[in-house]
Ligand binder design. Sequence first.
Ligand SMILES: Cc1cc2nc3c(=O)[nH]c(=O)nc-3n(C[C@H](O)[C@H](O)[C@H](O)COP(=O)(O)O)c2cc1C
Length: 309
Amino acid sequence: MNAYPNLQVQLGPLRLPNPVLAASGTFGYGLEYADLVNLSLMGGIVVKSLTLAPRAGNPPPRVTETPAGMLNSIGLQNEGVETFLLEILPRLREYGVPIIVSVAGETVEEFCAVAEKLTRAQGIVALELNLSCPNQMRGGMEFGIDAKLTATVVRAVRSRCELPLIAKLSPNVTDIVPIAQAARDAGADILSLINSVLGLAVDAQTRRFKLATRTGGLTGAAIKPIALYHVWRVHQALPDVPLIGIGGIMSWEDAVEFLLVGASAVQIGTANFVEPTTCIDVLQGLERYLVTQEIPSVQSLIGTVQDIA
Ligand SMILES: Cc1cc2nc3c(=O)[nH]c(=O)nc-3n(C[C@H](O)[C@H](O)[C@H](O)COP(=O)(O)O)c2cc1C
């Protein structure tokens, strides 16, 4: 029996102490959770997506519950990159947890400007590009649903940033593989899959949309099979690219499923709203699983799913 399985994971240039991270937009800037969760135990925190200037986000209502999930249209509400660097990062650094900063923008130039400010800061281990942002030049179409646009953003940021670069892909596409390939070829070290799935909710009683923006992003348990599918497909097509699995992870079993289909790490989003300690619970469950299954390391589990006998 192996009493101390190795939880460390290596994703290209990025080494993490364990594979369980909090997903962008669902864990604030980390500080909000510091009284509830021992942040130093986490594999990492992906902070809320940052834009160049602060943003108020979309008008309310911008969240609604759905069967087995939720729909949101927060609209990139954030403090802006300057406030993050001056007021938030110095405090978050104190916790010793790997900090990944999510970068957002409505133009390629905005992505680059935000990344350039972050690349010189102390204590950031990687940048994650939120490619689900609305592209101002293309009438609000997500950057990440087009392979060429994805490559343009990744290449531009890559040329101005030395940190490990993660491209976070959108599931709202017919085939994710060409987009994953474009991101990799343009210089992304790691891919995160997936962001929220486009959805809509209507109230039969009031006969109105439930969100002020009409449509929103579906997250939570409902999207887990979609996320597993995308991770598995990209791992089959691009086995050398390190992947971070995201979507509907509510338990350690869910996390194991993502590792088995090819993710090297996972991010937990909506579950943080249900139970703020989910990341730690998942990590502890994963560790127990490795011990009882006599698996020596997380790394040796990745991509080992098998067909039904
Ligand atoms: C309220 C809310 C806000 C989010 N904000 C962001 C964001 O700012 N940037 C980003 O890349 N993803 C954002 N996401 C998407 C999550 O990071 C994650 O990709 C998605 O929720 C799927 O994971 P889950 O099913 O575990 O929630 C947000 C999700 C929710 C629910």
